[in-house]
Write a protein that binds this ligand. Structure first.
Ligand code: S3P
Length: 177
């Protein structure tokens, strides 16, 4: 079984996965970190040198290999679930949790990460605000359809989010779907 966290940039997937992994005493994998380690480059460098299309190919391949394993918590990149094979892989492997946040909160978190020296490559030619609004509109139906649980992260501490996830997992039974 793999517990997957999905959601847009800035939804807190990596920080939540880290704390959840320590609470559940499970191993945690961040697919972006896996990609960076295998490519020996940062995500912005991969986007700049190879482009988004190549990044998506690398991302799908890494996810395919990670999802051959078991007993993991995986934080997926915000665009990973655009790939239909990835959608199936993560859904088939266990519970999927969608961490939600509204556009304004998401923009604020991305800007904070940027000022903390954690830049993310642009995904469109739009302003950050417009990009977040447009992509959330495009991706939310996908996050919704692939997930078993949806958690609104706005105004909650990491600890509160993790507690809520643990409660959801206690009631998790795919066979009743
Ligand atoms: C992306 C999100 C990023 C990373 C890449 C593309 C996206 O991951 O995979 O920059 O398309 O939303 P995070 O969601 O961890 O920031």
């Amino acid at each position: 079984m793999i517990i997957s966290l999905v959601g847009f940039r800035g939804s807190g997937k990596s920080s939540v996965a880290l704390l959840l992994a320590s609470e559940l005493e499970m191993e945690f994998i961040d697919t972006d970190t896996e990609i960076e380690q295998r490519e020996h480059r940062s995500i912005p460098e991969i986007f700049a040198n190879q482009g988004e299309k190549q990044f998506r190919i690398l991302e799908a391949a890494i996810i395919k290999s990670v999802y051959q394993r078991n007993d993991l918590i995986v934080a997926t990149g915000g665009g990973a679930v655009l790939n239909p094979q990835t959608q199936k892989l993560i859904h088939d492997k266990g519970p999927v949790i969608w961490l939600q946040a509204d556009a304004a909160t998401t923009v604020g978190r991305i800007q904070k990460d940027q000022s903390d020296g954690l830049p993310r490559p642009a995904l469109t030619d739009l302003s950050l605000e417009q990009e977040v609004i447009a992509l959330l509109q495009q991706r939310e139906p996908i996050y919704k359809s692939v997930s078993d649980f949806q958690i609104d992260t706005v105004g909650k501490s990491l600890e509160q989010i993790v507690e809520q996830i643990i409660q959801c997992l206690e009631g998790y039974d795919r066979s009743s779907e």
